[in-house]
Design a binder for this molecule. Sequence first.
Ligand code: BGC
Length: 797
Amino acid sequence: MLKKWKKKRRKLLAIALATGVIVSGVNLDLTFASNANGNKTVVTQQSVSQQQVPQLVDAASINAVIAAMTVTEKAAMVVGANSVALDPVNGEIIGTQSRKVPGAAGQTQAIPRLGIPSIVLADGPMGVRINPTREGTDQTFYATKFPSPNVLASSWDTELVNKVGVATAAELKAYGIDLLLAPGMNIQSYLLNGRNYEYFSEDPLVTGTMTAEFVNGVEDNGVGTTIKHFAAYNQRTNNNGNMIISQRALREIYLKGFEIAVKESQPWAIMDSYNMINGTYATENKDLLTSVLREDWGFKGFAMTDWEFGARDIVKQIEAGTNLLMPGSLNQVNRIIAAVNDGSLDEKYLDRNIKEILNVVIETPTFKGHVATNTPDLEAGAKIARQAAADGMVLLKNEEKALPIAESVSVSLFGTPTIETMTGGRGSALVYAPYQIGIPEGLKDAGLTINEELLSKYETYVDELRASDEYKQTPGNFFVSTFPTLPEMDVTQDAIAAAESTDVGIIVLSSEFGTYGSDRSKEDFYLSESKLKMIDDVSKAYRAQGKPVIAVLNVEGPLETASWEDKVDGIVLSWQPGQELGNAVADILTGKVNPSGKLPQTFPVDYEELPYADRYPGENNEFTYEEDIYVGYRYNSTFGLKPAYEFGYGLSYTTFDYDNVRVNRNGSFKDKITVFATVENSGDITGREAVQVYVSAPDGKLEKPELELKAFTKTKELKPGKKENLKFELDLKELASFDEEKSAWVVEKGTYEVLVGASSEDIRGTTSFKVDKDILVETVNDVLEPQVEINTLSKFN
Ligand code: BGC
């Protein structure tokens, strides 16, 4: 019966295809045929009994559903229904779906006759990105703007990251969204990458672990995530460029985080990056999407393209294992149908890809009949956002216990970012939050007295500049973060007056950068002349009064600090941590929260001394990753480059002692090693400590970085004098390096130093263990080989 029906439907479709295929905006459960005069007649499903049409009900029904699909339906199923129509008037919205959730980045095709609903996909890395308003209603649709991944990673707190995932899931569900297009998890290997803040860390273990925690937090609540951008998407300049990378650097650095995330959290989806890897676009890359992702790692979800609007070879994409082409256009559907018809695309790949999509669809809230309430608990979100923002802030400097400051003190705020504070996110990472707390507001709410006269002077200064020709094209709007910062006001005189009348000077600094489509420039790493002068003026004035100056770094990535840091007594890296920024800054400055964040990315002294400074972002749409595995602190520790603030660094208002660092098995090794350490709060304020375990592996056939992070944890809240015994398990895979010749992970024989520390430079205890003979841990597919020779950095050259 089914066969007969299929035959009939095929015939009808063949006619439809011959006469113009699908009509934009028309439901796919209607089939068009033409009569001899060319007039279209609609053949509805009423002519075929519903009973005979298989319905998507569960995993067991998927094969029959796919077998019942027409080629047109199959093509439409692997192409997103474009909910962000490029052209709202003539835009190609395929299928009949309206934009189910306005402002959500995309949705899939529904095929109602087979019981397949359209699922909704929404960004992003700082919370749910949807339009805050909708036609025909006064209701607002705000979402919590959580801290970005780099801020979350700075907390070194996996439980917290999980909690942010749980809170995000609640908002996704409230708005009827099935899949979050986040978290971003590329490696922050290049300082100027304009999207680094969407990612967690320069280290793959931190990246993979944090991603897995976030994904589990979301997905344990029945909503999906999309880890992105797979892979080696480390710049905006050559967005579609060819990234040339050794197999070892890929496996150990650029793919490693994804591997951890897939194995530990099995995300529902993954997003292919725009770029090529060793000559093949990620999205057309079978080695990447099938050999590595599915065969080596066991990924069970589906892969979608980034929002590339049909720019790639569709047949290659589908064969490679890209399940869903986003955001989707009618043209893509037609190209697929044509490819099947002319034999260049085997339908079996469509079937496979659809099955992998449907496996996820049946898990979604939409499929399970969940109805959007559109009333997320924004108060609950705000509470978590505030905690996460404060826990992600990093105390970089605190001379003479300049911090915390008492709530009874008076402060003067300097710097235009005081008015135009950046809470983070642009482009696909934008979130329309119900409110955003600036620094003055946060400090006032905490009870501090603010120098209002200076504040209003800054307000006027900023307003006037934003009204001027030079700056008016840029919004100067607190809610929009794509604008260059303003030149600073001359405060020579104001600083003197302020230092006389207030107890503490606070300088808010941000870097110049802020556009979505580009990378930062080298200049963005350095503070402008007017900012440096402001620091100087404020510093002199307050020091003349014997009063402290604190800098708050309202930045999304590292900036130059070495040239001016001795002019201030305290530095708080607030980052751009979402809507609760001002409250969280107040929590840290007043000591309501004892800072416990540490850097997930190195702050270099000077951009020019970085190993890629003269090469990044490459030429002719191509960039070679010559520094290879020596990324971030792996480079610094191996080649002896002193950073301004090292990876893993961060101060607290208390101090911690480390003791009892040792390994089990009397220093010998079989398949696992357990590292022990005891951490004690040796100061007088309750606090938490992020504890890091590094390994220095012996050079064998493979050279090794001086240090590699192999485990980390965060202590619970320790009261003064309290201790916590910590235990870390390192298994073979974690200790292994990638041997390209064998295409295998190997642990080479020799002595392994274990270094337990408060940062990558502040090592508090060491121990070691021996591996007697080489161990082959895992052989993987020998793929992704560069097509050209790479002049890789080596410590032996
Ligand atoms: C970005 C993705 C994002 C997508 C949908 C793309 O331009 O690269 O990260 O998820 O748009 O908004």
